[in-house]
Design a protein around this ligand. Structure first.
Ligand SMILES: [Zn+2]
Length: 446
């Protein structure tokens, strides 16, 4: 049983075209000429849905709770982290489910069909595993299933507070002392779901631990994700332990490859962009989070020049809007370089060239990072309202640039994920119940 939909404009992988139909068969899709028998979507454009390559769903509870000064000298990533740890310590598996449902509902409404959940809140607050050691992972996966989006569970390895640093009490929940145990638990989860491994960072694990996870991920052809070079403090700790900065250390350890994604990669040292390119590794930028936390600017231009695949993530969930992240990737460069079209190579002066690159980060780059099939071949699509005030008047070649630089979520009317329509006329059937439960959680938590 297939579903055939046809809009005024359809993205064919290269450009918007008229008179095309998107045909869903199960979780796959194909594009063919529109004929009779299609469901017509007047004044709509169809395009592949977004892939969110980096998420910590529980951090949705922090929204609105950390936007103030907490000390006289400086508020930083590290002071924010204290608040994040408070939340991480307080949440039960049921709470994690409610927070994840809230987060994934917003992702669905924003046109995200797949999320890579970098999951590290594994255990009870004192560090003891739950009776089912996968209880929290399963709770988050169930939340994605309920909302209807796809999830890749990136099981994070955490071992220590840092090089010569004591474990923070909240970090007990994150730690799995034996990497083999984490690998075996992930393999169990992997029997029914898409999974990957994620040594949290070279701060939180030793190189031996990272190597073990890397080898296991390679044996199973799973994605391997690391946080790397998010903050200068992380670079100096890694330099003190290993004599080099994170990307260089990972490269020397053989941990960079086509299935590796580094999250952030903000504070790279000269030459590290080329190391990533040579290894065919990817980078997931999270520009909304990076500016919220004061991390810095991802030099996407230098990465792009080296052929590094770029993906995007909502990370701390301060805002969930994939094309906002895409445009901020470019805007941060404009502010630091004092020029426009910073991510367009000099040879590409086409009217939608820059927009295509940014849209690719929100779709193709994310799919590559999570090991998913190409965007156009999956039954994960969105419809946008051509008359929404944020994009009205855009057609043909100006449509993609209007979407990338100006779209508001109000323009996203319908979302299909895995061939199933999960958003219809800007609404998700589960919204009311999900919001009620989340509001109760926030009242208890704060
Ligand atoms: Zn993160």
């Amino acid at each position: 049983m297939s579903t055939r939909i046809a809009a005024e404009w359809t993205w064919n992988g290269e450009r918007f075209e008229r008179d095309l139909a998107v045909v869903f068969e199960g979780a796959s899709a194909r594009i063919e000429p529109a004929e009779n028998g299609c469901t017509r979507l007047p004044r709509r454009a169809l395009l592949p849905a977004f892939v969110n390559a980096h998420s910590h769903s529980f951090q949705r509870v922090l929204r609105g709770r950390t936007e103030h000064r907490t000390r006289a000298d400086r508020d930083t990533f590290w002071t924010w982290r204290e608040k994040m740890y408070h939340a991480a310590l307080s949440l039960t598996p049921d709470d994690l489910y409610d927070a994840a449902r809230m987060c994934f509902l917003e992702m669905a409404l924003a046109g995200i069909a797949w999320v890579g959940e970098f999951h590290y809140v594994h255990h009870q607050p004192d560090g003891t595993p739950y009776d089912d050691p996968l209880a929290t992972a399963r709770a988050i996966a169930a939340a994605a299933d309920d909302v209807g989006i796809g999830i890749v569970l990136l099981q994070a390895g955490y071992e220590r507070g840092g090089y010569n640093r004591d474990l923070h009490p909240a970090q007990r929940r994150f730690c799995t002392a034996d990497p083999e145990v984490l690998c075996q638990r992930t393999a169990e989860l992997g029997r029914t779901r898409r999974v990957g491994l994620a040594p949290h960072s070279l701060r939180a694990v030793t190189l031996d631990y990272a190597r073990r996870l890397g080898a296991f991920a390679a044996d199973h052809a799973w994605p391997l994700h690391f946080h790397a070079s998010e903050q200068p403090g992380e670079n100096s700790d890694v330099r003190a332990e290993h004599g080099a900065t994170p990307v260089t250390v990972l490269q020397r350890a053989g941990l960079l490859g086509a299935r590796t994604t580094l999250i952030h990669a903000v504070h790279l040292t000269p030459g590290e962009h080329a190391l990533l390119g040579a290894a065919r590794a990817g980078v997931c930028a999270c520009p909304t989070t990076e500016r919220n936390l004061g991390d810095g600017t991802v030099r996407a231009d230098l990465l792009d020049t080296q052929g590094v695949s770029l993906a995007l993530g909502t990370d701390s969930q301060i805002q969930i809007a994939p094309l906002e992240d895409a445009r901020q990737l470019e805007y941060h460069l404009r502010l630091s370089l004092l020029e426009r079209a910073a991510l367009s190579p000099p040879t590409d002066q086409t009217p939608d060239g820059l927009a295509r690159r940014l849209y690719a980060a929100a779709t193709t780059g994310g799919a590559r990072s999570l090991g998913l099939p190409a965007p156009e071949s999956r039954a994960d699509w969105i419809a946008v309202d051509l008359d929404d005030p944020s994009i009205a008047g855009a057609e043909d070649v100006s449509l993609l640039a209007s979407l990338v630089f100006s779209i508001e979520r109000t323009a996203i009317t319908d979302v299909w994920a895995g061939g199933r329509q999960i958003v219809r006329d800007r609404a998700h059937a589960g919204s009311a119940g999900i919001v009620d439960r989340f509001r109760d959680l926030q009242r208890r938590l704060w």
